[in-house]
Design a protein around this ligand. Structure first.
Ligand code: COA
Length: 328
């Protein structure tokens, strides 16, 4: 038993912040950001929420798949930036889509989130537990960004992507995923709920907006981790499934940094044309980046029947992993 991606969707906020806009906030320049990251602009929520973007992306995917909301058995939302904690974002999506028969939960694995959500849904489908799943990555990272920190605020953006998965009788590909919590200090974000109730900072207290409540990153450490571990896990995934690298038409990598993608391509000895990128337009949208890219490729007809593709995510945790899929 395997899975069939039978519809994709995405939502991007219309509000654009280009690099010159960032240069108005911190000491940086358009040239520096483009050269070091590949990012030219990012889209930022302006009224949208993580849930509203998830709904829009999910609706598009359902329409393309021609699947009715009531047919969905499972809704999984991958996010680290939900505007709601209770009920979870997936239950909010269920309510708005009227997917009354779905079981719903969120998954938090940052930039590896979509790959892990896809794998989780695929395992449920392959196990015969559910038949139809809606998997969404949605992030409003602009709310978690320290707009005074030039080491991070240049990188991130907002958006959502979604895929409808159905159980399918074809061969199943096994994913390979890893985590190393010991190295988690390289990319952190503390919850404002991590308080001792007797000593909690309240709004207005200067501790309330402390740096630890925004994303903090050792950029070099994350960069080195990504360029080493991503090619490794892609090779491991191909080996585990007995698929050769030459059989892969597309490598859909998490869009963290153009230089990371270029380095992975080089280390795998593959042409960069097999690594589609949209980081220049959206920045790093964490768990939304792979499904947004997938949807863009799908809608412009770049994905052909029988093509094999690899999706690879990496990020906070540290976590990383890859999944193989054959387009039908
Ligand atoms: N604008 C201008 N200068 C900047 C800057 C910015 N936004 N950010 C840092 N600098 C400066 C530094 O102060 C440093 O100056 P110095 O040489 O005078 O000390 C210099 O540029 C180099 O800084 P460094 O941190 O070594 O830059 P870098 O080449 O490592 O690039 C990142 C920084 C963040 C772009 C890069 O490390 C990166 O992309 N890492 C991976 C991050 C990532 O993908 N995270 C998400 C993973 S899911």
């Amino acid at each position: 038993m395997a899975v069939n991606i039978c519809g994709t969707g995405s939502y991007i906020p219309s509000h654009v912040m280009d690099n010159d806009g960032i240069a108005g906030l911190v000491d940086t320049s358009d040239q520096w950001i483009r050269e070091r990251t590949g990012v030219k602009r990012r889209h930022i929520v302006d009224g949208e929420t993580t849930v509203s973007m998830a709904c829009e992306a999910g609706l598009q995917a359902l329409r393309q798949a021609d699947v009715a909301a009531e047919e969905i058995d499972l809704i999984l939302v991958s996010t680290i930036s939900s505007n709601v904690i209770l009920p979870c974002a997936a239950c909010e999506v269920q309510k708005r889509l009227r997917a009354v028969n779905a079981t719903c939960f969120d998954l938090s694995a940052a930039c590896t989130g979509f790959v892990l959500a896809y794998n989780t849904a695929a395992a449920y489908l392959a196990g015969g537990i559910y038949k139809t799943a809606l998997v969404i990555g949605s992030e409003s990272l602009s709310n978690l960004t320290n707009w005074k920190d030039r080491g991070t605020c240049i990188l991130f953006g907002d958006g959502a992507g979604a895929a409808v998965l159905k159980a399918d009788a074809r061969r199943m590909y096994f994913p390979v995923t890893h985590s190393d919590g010991g190295k988690g200090g390289a990319l952190t974000l503390k919850s404002r709920h991590d308080w001792n109730v007797l000593n909690a900072p309240v709004q207005g207290d200067e501790r309330y907006n402390g740096d630890e409540f925004f994303m903090q990153m050792d950029g070099k450490a994350v960069f080195q981790f990504a360029v080493k571990k991503v090619p490794e896990v892609i090779r491991e995934t191909l080996e585990r499934n007995g698929v050769s690298q030459e059989e892969i038409s597309w490598f859909l990598l998490h869009q963290a940094n153009k230089r990371i993608v270029e380095s992975v391509a080089k280390r795998l000895g593959e042409p960069i044309e097999k690594f589609p990128m949209n980081i220049q337009e959206y920045g790093n949208t964490s768990s939304a980046s792979i499904p947004i890219l997938l949807d863009e490729m799908n809608r412009r007809g770049a994905l052909k029947k029988g093509q094999k593709l690899v999706m690879a995510g990496f990020g906070a945790g540290l976590t990383w992993g890859a999944a193989l899929y054959e387009w039908i």
